[in-house]
Design a protein. Structure first.
Length: 286
């Protein structure tokens, strides 16, 4: 019965694992709805900011605002890489790291000096293992990122861009579309891009004037872009974790079915053998 005892041990181990994955699936499901609500709330605000800036923009005003400076050549760039602090989410973190590596390779291939800023333990751990210098690191941002935390991440980069020390700033984050779709994306947040030619402009009554309002809105627009990336990171992580843990739970159930079937067959074979030995022994005594 050594094989039977071994199978029972494996069954118990898989049952315990399934309990853990099922619990994580339930936790991710409960948190996912709240994070999705934050994503839905952040998007209209960002769109409204973009529309107001597009309506206020004019080439003569653009020359007065450093955040609208369009460098003739990009020599120095910063990348804000966003990954989760935790794993057990399938290829979620690996895909973000892959997108970051591709962005770094593309920029360095163009002769750009790239510095890396990291949010999240998984991405930071990977690049530190590779020996790459991390300009700044944040691992203290939880499930409810705030606008203040987004400002802390990007304020120094905005100041350096305004001084001409940086020519571009990118953010790598998961573009949350649905629970099953959050492709990693690299978005340029600095310089702020002017509106496209022919873009619809609204007629606003401006108080005090366009220059003052634009001066306040441009930094707010950049901070909001980083804040959106943070909330989409959280929503995408829980979506990926829920999917991964559901698949793990289902796979554990399939393994348990096979193990129990194998155990029952082994037990049945042992009983049959014992009966045959008893019958053979009785026949020998007659």
């Amino acid at each position: 019965m050594a094989k039977g005892r071994e199978l029972k041990g494996r069954i118990k181990s898989v049952e315990n694992t399934r309990k853990i994955t099922r619990t994580l699936e339930m936790v991710a499901t409960s948190k996912m709805k709240r994070t999705q609500d934050r994503v839905a709330a952040a998007r209209p605000y960002a769109e409204a900011l973009r529309e107001v800036i597009a309506s206020l923009y004019s080439p003569d005003l653009a020359e007065r605002f450093p955040l609208l400076r369009q460098p003739a050549e990009v020599k120095n760039a910063a990348i804000i890489m966003m990954t989760a602090n935790r794993g057990l989410a399938g290829a979620f973190n690996a895909n973000l790291i892959k997108e970051t590596r591709a962005t770094i390779a593309r920029l360095e291939g163009q002769g750009v000096n790239v510095e890396l800023h990291g949010v999240g333990k998984k991405g930071l751990g990977y690049f530190r293992y590779l020996g790459r210098t991390i300009a700044s690191a944040r691992t203290d941002i939880g499930d409810r990122p705030s606008a203040a935390e987004a400002a802390d991440i990007v304020n120094d980069l905005m100041a350096r861009f305004a001084r001409g020390e940086l020519d571009a700033v990118y953010v790598v984050y998961p573009n949350f579309k649905s629970i099953l779709s959050a492709p990693p994306t690299a978005v340029q947040v600095l310089p702020v891009q002017p509106p496209e030619a022919g873009a619809k402009q609204r007629d606003y009554i401006l108080t005090p004037n366009a220059e003052t309002i634009l001066g306040e809105l441009l930094p707010l627009y950049v901070r909001n872009a980083v804040y959106r990336a943070l909330v989409e990171l959280t929503a995408a992580f829980y979506g990926a974790q829920r999917t991964a843990m559901k698949n793990a739970t289902d796979n554990a159930g399939d393994i348990l079915t096979n193990l129990r079937r194998t155990y029952n067959r082994a037990r049945q074979a042992q009983i049959t053998q014992e009966i045959a030995e008893i019958v053979g022994g009785a026949a020998a005594l007659e």
